[in-house]
Design a protein. Structure first.
Length: 118
C-alpha cells in the first residue's frame, strides 16, 4: 500500500466575485488498472472522518471538490476549519490539493503536492 499526506487543508467560508472558493483533490493514475483510494480526514479538535472510498480510473485523472466528500455517516469537511488528509492506495498516484480562495477581491490560488510517507 502507498500513503500520502496533505497537512494544509482549509475550505474558505466565503466567496466574492464570479468564482466560488473551493479546494480540489487532484489525482493522476498512470497505471493500466484502476486505483482504489481510501481517504481519511483529520482535524485539530474532533474525531477524523475515516474510510472515504474513491476510485481513480486507469490512465486518467480525477478532480474531486473537497466539499463534496463525506464519510459513511454522511459527515462532511466543515468550512472555515483547518484539516489534513491521508490517502491510502493500492498503486502509486500523483496527488495534489489545489485551493481557490476568492474571499477577497484579490483571488489566491494555492497548490501543494501530497507528501509520500511509508
Amino acid at each position: 500500500m502507498y500513503r500520502w499526506v496533505i497537512a494544509d487543508g482549509f475550505l474558505p467560508a466565503s466567496s466574492s466575485g464570479m468564482f466560488e472558493s473551493h479546494e480540489s483533490l487532484c489525482l493522476v493514475n498512470p497505471h493500466n488498472r484502476d486505483a482504489e483510494v481510501v481517504l481519511h480526514v483529520f482535524f485539530e479538535d474532533r474525531p477524523p472522518l475515516e474510510g472515504i472510498m474513491l476510485t481513480c480510473p486507469a490512465k486518467r485523472t480525477r478532480h474531486i471538490r473537497v466539499n463534496t466528500l463525506h464519510d459513511a455517516a454522511g459527515r462532511t469537511i466543515p468550512v472555515g476549519e483547518p484539516y489534513a488528509l491521508e490517502l491510502v492506495c493500492d498503486v502509486e498516484l500523483g496527488v495534489q490539493l489545489s485551493r481557490l480562495d476568492t474571499s477577497q477581491a484579490q483571488m489566491a490560488l494555492m497548490t501543494v503536492a501530497g507528501i509520500r510517507i511509508d
